[in-house]
Design a protein around this ligand. Structure first.
Ligand SMILES: [Zn+2]
Length: 435
């Protein structure tokens, strides 16, 4: 299938795609306007979500001063867990339900913003926890109506959570990551201030930057929206529509920026040009994947993060083992693109070129490897773990990892080719080490 024919209309395939995005305010100093934005939305008393690390940063002070100056009453919730769980989501929801708030402000990384989305949902429309959770682990019920206004202020350049209707968590009893997906969860506004990233440790910039990179690559190589069956009624069209011409635009720009600036942003905290551009890339890739959906590397990441035993990377809380989201994704990415290359070779070639691969003049059957090699080169330049062995897994773990990933059918179905359980076993084996 050539790239120009990627969106060919087929008999039963969809012909319509939609673009849903948060209102966005972007630029250095934007966070100091959060109070004015809250007032504009008619908010009087908000729940202010953050985590303990961010609470001690000047960034958080900026948000507080802005809210106070605008006369917005707020109460701070800083119990957010890095890599949230069903329990931490429910604790946040109980907090939000116990007091009268007319809106939410979140200041933090993806964990903070996702927790705030869940608290907004469950405090506005109380239900059993499993009610809104993705099938088959939960009932995947749609949010019954609109949520309260939520202004999301990201402090990392990664998840793009401020632009998506997705909240990801660890389901503790099942030892697997899953999520809640609903258009209603999308924050009302995103206030994106790149100066928030100046104090981030190098490893956090790297991990979140690879999340950006993978959002863009997975969205660009996702199954085209025209191949997904047309929905019976418009409301049934999924948010993860598949690759579409709108998402493609953001993916291209996000990949060009990531190829040029990721290594610089990691190497030098004082490189403001690089950190600003990574923040913009995160926003673009967030909008793209929010309207398209990701596929195999993210599907595989959930069990890599969920089953982690003893990995404690620099720059992250040390109390418990953790595989940060961006790392758990990127360790699967080269193996995944080797696997998907043949399904849409030109799109893999484009990805490699935009990321800055030196020579992209390869045969179609080699474009998966071409892209994999460019990603590996970038991983090595930024001290990422060498495959899943680098985060503590061995060949004995492959079967269990594959089983966990196979449960992520919503993501696997968005891949440009079918993924069987045996394929996942081969993918994890290939992902054990890259160099
Ligand atoms: Zn991600």
């Amino acid at each position: 299938m050539s790239c120009c024919h990627y969106y060919e209309f087929t008999g039963r395939g969809d012909r319509v795609f939609s673009v849903d995005i948060s209102a966005i305010k972007f630029g250095p100093g934007a966070l100091s306007e959060v109070g004015a934005d809250a007032r504009e939305l008619g908010l009087k008393r908000v729940a202010l979500f953050t985590d303990r690390r961010v609470r001690n940063l000047a960034t958080f002070e900026t948000a507080i001063h802005s809210l106070s100056a605008a006369g917005i009453d707020f109460d701070i919730y800083d119990e957010v867990r890095v890599e949230p769980t069903d329990e931490s989501f429910q604790a946040a929801a109980a907090y939000a339900a116990a007091s009268r708030f007319d809106g939410f402000v979140s200041v933090g990384g993806g964990s903070v913003i996702d927790t705030c989305k869940a608290a907004n949902l469950y405090s506005t429309y109380p239900a059993e926890f499993s009610a809104y959770v993705n099938a088959p682990l939960g009932d995947a019920q749609p949010a019954p109506g609109p949520l309260k206004p939520h202004i999301a202020c990201p402090t990392t350049s990664g998840t793009g959570s401020e632009c998506t209707g997705i909240a990801v968590f660890d389901f503790l009893k099942l030892r697997v990551k899953t999520g809640i997906v609903s258009r209603a969860l999308r924050p009302t506004r995103a206030i994106i201030d790149p100066t928030c990233t100046y104090t981030l440790p190098a490893n956090v910039v790297a991990a979140s930057g690879f999340d950006v990179l993978s959002h863009a690559l997975e969205s660009y190589t996702a199954r085209p929206y025209t191949e997904r069956a047309r929905p019976d009624h418009p409301a049934a069209r999924p948010m993860s529509q598949g690759a579409n011409p709108y998402s493609d635009i953001g993916c291209e720009k996000a990949l060009r920026l990531t190829g040029r600036y990721l290594a610089r942003a990691v190497a030098d905290p004082g490189d403001q040009e690089a950190r600003h551009n990574m923040m913009f890339a995160a926003t673009l890739a967030g909008i793209a994947f929010g309207n398209c959906g990701v596929h195999i590397p993210h599907g595989m990441s959930y069990s890599v993060a969920g089953l982690v035993r003893d990995f404690r990377p620099a720059g992250y809380p040390r109390e418990e083992p953790i595989c940060p989201h961006g790392m758990s994704v990127i360790v699967n990415a080269p193996a995944s693109f080797r696997f998907t290359g043949a399904a849409c070779p030109q799109r893999h070639r484009d990805g490699a070129r935009w990321l800055g691969a030196a020579d992209v003049d390869t045969a179609d059957h080699e474009t998966g490897e071409l892209l994999a090699q460019r990603v590996i080169e970038m991983m090595r330049a930024t001290a990422m773990p060498n495959g899943i062995a680098g985060v503590g897994y061995g060949s004995d773990d492959v079967a269990q990892l594959a089983e966990g990933a196979f449960a992520q059918q919503r993501l696997l179905n968005n891949a440009p080719r079918q993924v069987a359980i045996d394929d996942l076993t081969a993918l994890y084996t290939n992902a054990l080490a890259y160099w």
